[in-house]
Ligand binder design. Structure first.
Ligand code: PEP
Length: 254
């Protein structure tokens, strides 16, 4: 089945509003065939609305995403941002369950599941991140870890709701380290994830869900990864901070 690739930039805690807008104004003029690829940018919260205004003014097809949301609608949660607030900035996506959130902010699968439900209620689409640590891969339990994260994070999510979700397989040991999973290892994990989605939902959903790879993706390795049957795109951290590099990644099909 042909799934439209999604190439997503996760800027993490990088770029203020001015730098975000500079980046977008350069990127929008790049020659990208948006009939072949969806492109998404996840800047820090503060840049969502200014970028949305530019995206709209330029009729750009780029999707805008937050990197996180909180699992409550409103209230005394100093420093947090709700799904509806993100939506009100013009974003249509949020990333959830990134390994940095899991590691530095103690996000469990149960928290990710609560956030996911809030994102769905706010009609946001979601990139749900899963991935094993190096000790888990070395211990031979990578599949169990990832499939368990997936099952728990998706608890109670219906067939209709799963249409809003793309999965990002991001082996933790490959994020920001320069190490990439081999395309064969990534493909094998993506295949397992797809099979699990088929079991949890059905074959049609399993075949249509987009599964992105993340972990030191760069212009030099994107083509090989994208040749694999079950790799439907990439979640890109470090290399997405540079307009030229991200453009090369987004035009992997050329
Ligand atoms: C990420 O943060 O999702 C990521 C994959 O980072 P990097 O590309 O820098 O490894």
């Amino acid at each position: 089945m042909k799934r439209k690739p999604l190439i997503a930039a996760n800027w993490k805690m990088n770029k203020g509003i001015g730098e975000s807008l500079d980046y977008f104004l350069k990127f929008k003029d790049k020659n990208i065939d948006y009939s072949q690829v969806d492109v998404l940018i996840a800047p820090p919260y503060i840049s969502l609305y200014p970028m949305y205004k530019e995206i709209k003014a330029n009729k750009s097809p780029i999707f805008l995403s937050s990197q996180n949301i909180y699992m409550k609608d409103e209230g005394a949660y100093t420093g947090e941002i709700s799904a509806a607030m993100v939506k009100s900035c013009g974003a249509t996506y949020t990333i959830l369950g990134h390994s940095e959130r899991r590691e530095y902010f103690n996000e469990t699968d149960e928290i990710v599941n609560m956030k996911l439900k809030k994102a769905i209620s706010a009609e946001l689409n979601i990139i749900l991140c899963v991935g094993e640590r190096d000790i888990e891969r070395e211990a031979g339990v990578a599949y169990e870890v990832v499939l368990s994260q997936l099952g728990k994070s998706l608890m109670g999510v219906t067939e209709e709701e799963i249409e809003r979700i793309a999965i990002a397989y991001e082996p933790v040991w490959a994020i920001g380290t320069g190490k990439t999973a081999s395309s064969e290892d990534a493909e094998a994990m993506h295949n397992e994830i797809r099979k699990k989605i088929e079991i949890l939902y059905n074959k049609t959903i399993g075949e249509s869900i987009r599964i992105l790879y993340g972990g030191s993706v760069k212009p030099e390795n994107i083509r090989e990864l994208m040749q694999k049957e079950n790799i439907d795109g990439a979640l890109v951290g470090g290399a997405s901070l540079d307009v030229e590099k991200f453009c090369k990644i987004a035009t992997f099909y050329a």
